[in-house]
Design a protein around this ligand. Structure first.
Ligand code: LLP
Length: 445
């Protein structure tokens, strides 16, 4: 089985991540536990920076915070010289709390509230990626009230279908995101933006989907976007100075997924952009990419403790763990597939086939179907791989399960970067109207 990042199997047969024994991590911090491999996160961030520095120096790498965002992650991204894509006031607040340089922040979202836009202007974020006309007009009004210009990109829906799960496609024409290209709305939006006084249109943005392993969809996107850029130059005399291709590069969750490296991706898009620009006699725009999953995904592992084991003769063996759809909703949402091993018996032969169930009151709360492992026993530690992207960030308190802690491991050290929620946290925001209160209640009114 493929091990990711700094993982290795120690002489004691335990899984090690970042030089830390996963069994000890589970003992020290409890389970479920998200473990993030700092060296792997940094290696991937560096790989993006380097491949673009070599092939397309006028470029920016913006980490998509929706993937996995905490204040510590913001610090790592800043140290690696990446910018940040945020999609809400909450993500922006997290970045500000971490002291992230706001000029390197891009604010996204298809329905930014006025309060979120005000917050972005107040903190002078680098770019606002405008999604619709309502937002464009609101932004002009807010910026003019401040008498300050704001630099924007317009989000375009290029109508390219990425080869990925349909729920996470965002580039097709029938999309809640952005201005359609083929139906002329994108051009109209550019025309409108150019009439405005406080909004400065710097460039265009697109994002065609996520977990994309077929690089040809990026080629097509570049062709479509540059044709549009050429048309805008010819018809409106407007030059696109910055072109963001969004995120989307996939990772290898299981052996079914092809392995596509950041180097291959970076070289491919850089070369394609240069050749298309040359063909159309366009100046090269600044290239922006917004990777998320391909930075954090493979760097994350979730540790669980095995509890009940239920064999249904002739049908299947259910092995239940102490987490599930609350900490990883991707299986229920997208039928995502994961690999895993027993962290305390990592070098034993996989002689059993079991299905890993979560502990939520829902039949759909499954983590892995038909996993090959040594025969599991209650108390074993199961390590599920590639949970660094869209797990912690999409976690919920369904069934009032406290969300797990996150530890960052590197060179044999483990640091807590998100505390485990407690039962007190679960009731912290509850209030009880006086008419329902009783003397027996243990929470302060
Ligand atoms: N930029 C924009 C505008 C995006 O909408 C996204 C992801 C990214 C960048 C980062 O894409 P990445 O490099 O991570 O593919 N929850 C889903 C994924 C939703 C992706 C949404 N947008 C999942 O768990 O698979």
């Amino acid at each position: 089985m493929k091990l990711y990042g700094t993982m290795e199997i120690g002489p004691n047969g335990h899984l090690y991540i970042g030089g830390c024994d996963a069994v000890e991590l589970a003992k020290q911090w409890g389970t479920p536990l998200y473990v993030m491999d700092e060296a792997e996160i940094r290696r991937r961030a560096k790989a993006y920076k380097q491949v673009l520095a070599e092939n397309y120096p006028d470029s920016r790498v913006i980490y998509a915070g929706k993937t996995f965002m905490t204040t510590a992650m913001c610090r790592i991204m800043e140290e690696e010289g990446l910018g940040l894509d945020v999609v809400s006031g909450g993500e922006l607040y997290t970045a500000i709390a971490a002291g992230f340089p706001t000029e390197n922040i891009y604010l996204h979202g298809n329905n930014k509230s006025e309060a979120e836009l005000e917050m972005a202007l107040e903190h002078r974020v680098g770019r606002i990626v405008v999604d619709n006309l309502y937002e464009l007009e609101t932004l002009e009004r807010l910026a003019s009230a401040r008498k300050e210009k704001v630099q924007i990109l317009l989000r375009v829906t290029p109508g390219v279908e990425a080869h990925t799960h349909s729920y996470i496609r965002t580039g097709q024409i029938d999309s809640k995101f952005g201005f359609g290209l083929e139906n002329g709305l994108a051009k109209e939006a550019v025309e409108r933006a150019l009439q405005l006084q406080y909004v400065e249109l710097i460039g265009l943005h697109c994002h065609i989907g996520s977990q994309i392993l077929g690089l040809d969809s990026f080629d097509v996107t570049i062709e479509v976007m540059l044709d549009f850029v050429a048309k805008l130059k010819a018809e409106l005399k407007w030059e696109c100075r910055e072109l963001s291709l969004g995120g989307g590069l996939g990772i290898r969750y299981t052996a079914k997924d092809e392995e596509v490296s950041i180097e291959e991706f970076g070289t491919r898009i850089a070369n394609k952009l240069k050749s298309e620009a040359e063909k159309l006699s366009l100046d090269l725009p600044t290239l922006v990419v917004e990777p998320g999953r391909s930075i954090a995904g493979e760097a994350g592992t979730t540790l669980y403790t095995v509890g009940s084991i239920k064999e249904i003769p002739g049908i299947r063996k259910y092995v239940a763990v102490d987490g599930g759809m609350g900490d990883n909703p991707r299986v229920a949402l997208y039928q995502a597939e994961y690999q895993a091993l027993l962290a305390n018996r990592a070098n034993e032969p996989a002689t059993d086939v079991v299905s890993i169930a979560g502990k939520c009151c829902e039949s759909g709360d499954m983590l892995i179907w038909d996993l090959k492992v040594p025969e599991p026993k209650s108390g074993d530690i199961l390590a599920v791989f590639c949970t660094g992207a869209y797990n912690y960030s999409m976690a919920s308190n369904y069934n009032r399960l406290p969300r797990p802690a996150v530890v960052l491991v590197k060179d044999g050290n483990a640091d807590l970067i998100v505390k485990r929620e407690t039962y007190e946290d679960l009731v912290r925001l509850d209030t009880v109207p006086a008419r329902l209160a009783s003397k027996k209640m243990k929470i302060a009114l």
